[in-house]
Design a protein around this ligand. Structure first.
Ligand SMILES: Nc1ncnc2c1ncn2[C@@H]1O[C@H](COP(=O)(O)OP(=O)(O)O)[C@@H](O)[C@H]1O
Ligand SMILES: [Mg+2]
Length: 577
């Protein structure tokens, strides 16, 4: 529970009251056998009916108190565990929202989902169990021992033999169970990530007709989980009959020996009954404690995984920013000797000594083969990742010195892997600007050449999109993503291969809208097709992470071999088609 104090503190009264109220059950369990004993030894032995009735009423009172206390204790414990874990869940979610791209790369999405759901539920369950049993089991153990000692210390010697024996067996059980439960948890993780990857990419799986393969893969993971679960459960299953056996044997031994005391007159029948009950209580509470320990081993793994998220340092913050109030006003972008790699421990940089300047209002094209580093380069402008060396400046200020909100407000980016969310088209576009008027929304969609097809839908802007925007075509999705970015009215607009699925004629219209209506916005456009960028003010040619040219189309055709290669490969294709 270390590290959770912050979450326990607001609900401390529940955390304390829960176990305390459970003490009423302990008191009841301890007193009841004693009352019963006097009922037998005094009331029944002397044929005193009124005594028996008085005792019975007393027992009834005890039971009422036990019920009230028990309900209260359970209620408080459940409340404490649910409220506590809701707060933990909230914080884990908040933390994940603040994660940088790099942080997200390190955890897989599947594992983050498991941590937010299954792991937190485990933590909640163990907290509840713990609160209910924390006082109850040890209370019954200690109370039982004390009571049996006061009734008959000689007979209580049985405990000296039975308890260490039982403790030894329980330890042995736990030792075998622990690794088995850990193995089970691992298999469950495996299954979860398997499901996560499959469901997220179910469309790709279907298009490649890989269902059979996937079903087999799943079957393996599922079989593994089944085997390891059975393996772990065997221990639990075996524990039960063993415990019953142990209890019955102890009872027989107790009654056998106690019987001798009763026969020679040194013990009452009622006391023997009470004594037997206490012995069973002691053994039961020992068993409960061992179950609790077993469960906590599972919860410990969950807790570790939750803390991993909570304790991850978000490696990209604006705490040290020197110009928190600055906003992007002009849209100038400058790279100065920028080097970048995704993993600090890798030796080779993905981007090497990149320097160039994009002036306000310019259109800058970026071309290069796949994997050359185009996406990595533009991601550094809105600080989705931080440079490894050198600096990126926007309006002459280092991007690290802006508040992240101001910087990203000024930079509109259409990511290469972009998504829409479930909700109406209008809702989706409003991500760019919550308070945009309908006119503004239409205008942005018009510039992105999306207004035409949106209005052709029966519901127009109210058309509901499925999760991820499944019910529009690839090209339509791209245009909606551009419109969404345009609504931000950014000073810098970055399109990462965002018109790849749009036909060339429509793309030309988007381009001319940019030229006339977004004059002041700096536009950085990554494209596969040279035709998409040949009209740009300047084109950055990038090859294996290095800039090999930064010039106009005509000049590059004359001077840059990489550019010529790309250009002619595409011209040839168009001729041969
Ligand atoms: N999130 C990431 N983590 C680690 N490596 C990455 C990541 N994204 C891209 N890379 C690597 O960086 C290199 C450049 O990729 P990228 O910038 O996406 O190229 P491009 O956009 O030009 O196709 C590639 O070698 C790719 O494998
Ligand atoms: Mg890319």
């Amino acid at each position: 529970m270390k590290g959770y104090w912050k979450y326990i503190k607001p609900y401390l009264p529940y955390f304390i009251l829960g176990p305390l109220l459970m003490l009423s059950e302990v008191a009841g369990e301890i007193v009841l056998p004693k009352i019963m004993a006097s009922m037998i030894d005094v009331g029944i032995a002397n044929n005193d009916i009124s005594y028996v009735i008085m005792r019975a009423l007393l027992m009834f009172g005890c039971i009422c108190i036990m019920i009230i206390g028990g309900i209260g204790g359970h209620y408080m414990s459940i409340k404490a565990s649910v409220l506590f874990s809701a707060d933990v869940r909230k914080d884990v979610f908040k933390k994940v929202q603040n994660f940088s791209f790099k942080n997200i790369d390190e955890f897989s999405t599947g594992s983050l989902v498991t941590r937010l759901t299954n792991d937190i539920t485990q933590l909640q369950n163990i907290t509840r169990m713990f609160l209910i049993m924390a006082m109850r089991s040890p209370g019954m153990l200690i109370g039982g021992i004390i009571m049996s000692l006061t009734i008959n210390p000689k007979l209580a010697l049985i405990l000296v033999v039975v308890m260490p024996l039982l403790a030894a067996v329980i330890t042995l059980l736990l030792k075998t169970a622990f690794p088995r439960f850990t193995a089970m948890q691992k298999k469950l993780d495996g299954l979860n990530s398997n499901i996560q990857e499959n469901i997220t990419n179910v469309r790709v799986i279907k298009s490649f007709v890989r269902e059979k393969f996937e079903i087999n893969k799943f079957r393996n993971a599922n079989e593994n989980l089944k085997d390891s679960t059975l393996n772990a459960m065997k221990i639990v299953i075996m524990t039960m009959p063993f415990m019953t056996l142990a209890m019955n044997i102890t009872t027989i031994v107790t009654v056998w020996n106690g019987g001798q005391f009763v026969i020679n007159g040194s013990m009452n029948v009622g006391d023997l009954t009470a004594f037997t009950t206490y012995i069973v209580q002691i053994l039961m509470s020992l068993m409960m404690v061992s179950m609790l320990i077993l469960q906590s081993s599972r919860a410990a793994a969950s807790s570790r995984r939750i803390k991993e998220v909570l304790n991850t340092e978000v490696d990209l913050t604006d705490d040290e920013a020197k110009h928190k109030d600055a906003v992007v006003t002009k849209g100038k972008v400058e790279f100065r000797n920028v080097c970048f790699k995704y993993y600090t421990n890798r030796s080779e940089n993905i981007l090497k000594n990149i320097s160039f300047t994009a002036n306000p209002g310019e259109i800058i094209g970026i071309v290069g083969s796949t994997g050359s580093g185009k996406t990595s380069l533009v991601q550094l402008i809105p600080r989705l990742y931080d440079v490894t060396e050198g600096e990126v400046l926007v309006d002459e200020i280092n991007v690290k010195d802006y508040s992240i909100k101001h910087l990203r407000d000024g930079v509109g980016m259409v990511l290469q892997k972009n998504v829409l969310f479930s909700g109406s088209i209008e809702d989706n576009l409003r991500w760019g600007d919550e308070n945009a008027s309908m006119e503004e929304i239409r205008l942005a969609a018009d510039h992105a050449q999306a207004d035409g097809f949106v209005t052709s839908f029966t519901d127009g802007y109210n058309t509901e999109l499925g999760q991820g925007g499944v019910n529009v075509s690839g090209g339509q999705k791209q245009r909606l993503c551009i419109a969404r970015a345009l609504l931000k009215k950014p000073k810098i607009l970055i399109l990462d291969d965002s018109t790849s699925a749009v036909d060339t004629a429509t793309e030309a219209k988007i381009r001319s809208a940019f030229e006339t209506d977004l004059k002041d916005t700096t536009k950085i456009i990554i494209a596969q097709r040279i035709s998409s960028v040949m009209h740009a003010d300047k084109i950055l040619v990038i090859s294996e992470g290095k800039v090999t040219g930064f010039d106009t189309h005509e000049n590059l055709l004359k001077n840059n071999e990489d550019y010529r290669d790309i250009y002619y490969s595409q011209v040839d294709k168009e001729v041969s088609v």
